[in-house]
Design a protein around this ligand. Structure first.
Ligand code: RNT
Ligand code: ZN
Length: 417
């Protein structure tokens, strides 16, 4: 324990914050790491590009092209991150035998056995996502909401197969599996019928969730979005749609908020306490939206800090599934993973080291001037020293990790070509 930590601990203690307890708590909070930052959301089940309302930009060299490469990069990235991880897998990352191909409506748990082994060997849980994009059966930009019953059927079967795989993940790891339903279904220009696609989407999700599962172990979510690239005018799975769906199916489905999926002046930090009033559990995709893109690498910015503050202040850590969701193809992908994960960790540690009870008390007794001053004072607390101690206890460097990534890039990633 460094002298700096000892001194910082005292400063926090004077404000009623137990930094040892904050560090201990940090080690128990899982954050789900998305496998798709490693290869620009391509996966292993198709050769084509990423399509369907999302896009990566950039062609930084060295991306993972095979399961072995992706696993190696994930391991490298995780070796530079403090804290507890889950791995978030997309269905398009199915791993087939040599020469084998199974379409998405027919995938089985065995096609994810290597993911299960990977997670189990590392003592981690797994989350899952059906992949309703980058596939020829996306017809006219629609999947679960398509007017074509054959198309809907295909994607419903995919969703059901994914429930079965999520069940397998939970059974195998002994940790509940969050299964997120997101589609890019929508229209580029003003639609003539807005309700029809939403009714079909609703019925399709109903059918997917009719596949039997135990909601204690499999946690299906619906993720909303305001617009996507190529679907600027109308998104079937809008915020109201997703929240209402989850509210109407509270026993078996969670709402998932991605903070890149709202109008720019809306903040998910303010939505978290609203949802926690009504839903037993919620799920988040933490990301960083910039203008039209919803998927930049998470940084320790104001909104990331505020999201963490709200989860902690609401005593919502046990009711909130935190996952990361971003993909930047213009920088080193291992670095992108590490920087985003560490940013979320810093935000959570900062929240746990905030004297929230004291600040709430000031609010409830209408001491708003004192509350403002105290909240500003908190911004100058020596959180860096607490972070350093947390990283030391987790066996990772507190900063300066890029040299390690540069070495890995030279030794491994740049040799792939
Ligand atoms: C897209 C959604 C969705 C995806 C992943 C890959 O806008 O955020 O969560 O990013 O499923
Ligand atoms: Zn998302």
């Amino acid at each position: 324990m460094s002298a700096r930590y000892e001194s910082a601990k005292e400063i926090y203690a004077k404000m009623g914050v137990d930094t040892d307890a904050a560090i201990a708590k940090m080690k128990t909070i899982p954050v789900s790491l998305h496998c798709w930052q490693g290869d620009d959301v391509i996966g292993f089940d198709h050769d084509g590009p990423l399509t369907g309302g999302i896009q990566t930009t950039g062609d930084y060299p060295g991306k993972a092209r095979t399961p072995d490469e992706l696993f190696a990069d994930l391991d490298k990235a995780m070796s530079l991150m403090p804290g507890k991880k889950k791995i978030n897998v997309h269905a398009c990352y199915a791993i087939f035998e040599e020469g084998e191909f199974v379409d998405r409506d027919k995938i089985e748990p065995k096609h994810f056995q290597r993911w299960v082994d990977f997670a189990k060997e590392r003592g981690m849980g797994l989350d899952f996502n059906p992949t309703f994009f980058s596939h020829p059966k996306i017809k006219d930009g629609l999947s679960l909401s398509s007017p074509d019953p054959e198309i809907r059927k295909f994607w419903i079967e995919h969703g059901k197969a994914c429930i079965r795989i999520s069940k397998y993940f939970a059974e195998q790891t002994g940790i509940p599996c969050v299964m997120n339903i997101w589609t890019g279904d929508g229209y580029k220009d003003v639609p003539a019928d807005r309700m029809g696609p939403r009714m079909r989407y609703k019925e399709s999700i109903d059918e997917i969730l009719s596949e039997p599962y135990d909601p204690k172990w499999v946690k299906p979510c619906v993720e909303s979005k305001v617009f996507g690239i190529g679907v600027e005018a109308y998104t079937v799975g809008s915020a109201e749609f997703a929240l209402s769906y989850a509210a109407a199916n509270r026993e078996k489905c969670l709402p998932l908020m991605d903070n890149g999926h709202y109008h720019p002046t809306e903040v998910v930090s303010d939505k978290i306490p609203a949802l926690l009033c009504f839903y037993p559990q919620i799920a988040l995709h933490v990301t960083r939206g910039i203008r039209w893109d919803s998927d930049h690498v998470v940084l320790l910015d104001d909104e990331t800090k505020e999201i963490a503050q709200e989860i902690v202040r609401c005593d919502g850590l046990d009711r909130t599934y935190i996952a990361l969701d971003y993909f930047d193809a213009s920088i080193n992908r291992v670095s992108a993973w590490v920087t985003g994960f560490r940013s979320m960790q810093k935000a959570l540690l900062n929240a746990l080291c905030t004297p929230s009870a004291y600040l709430k008390e000031l609010q409830d007794t209408n001491q708003m001037s004192r509350k403002m001053v105290a909240m500003e004072d908190c911004k100058m607390l020596p959180i860096g020293d607490i972070w350093e101690e947390y990283c030391r206890q987790c066996g990772v460097a507190a900063n300066g990790y890029y040299d390690e990534i540069e070495k890995y890039e030279a030794d491994v990633q740049l040799k792939r070509s």
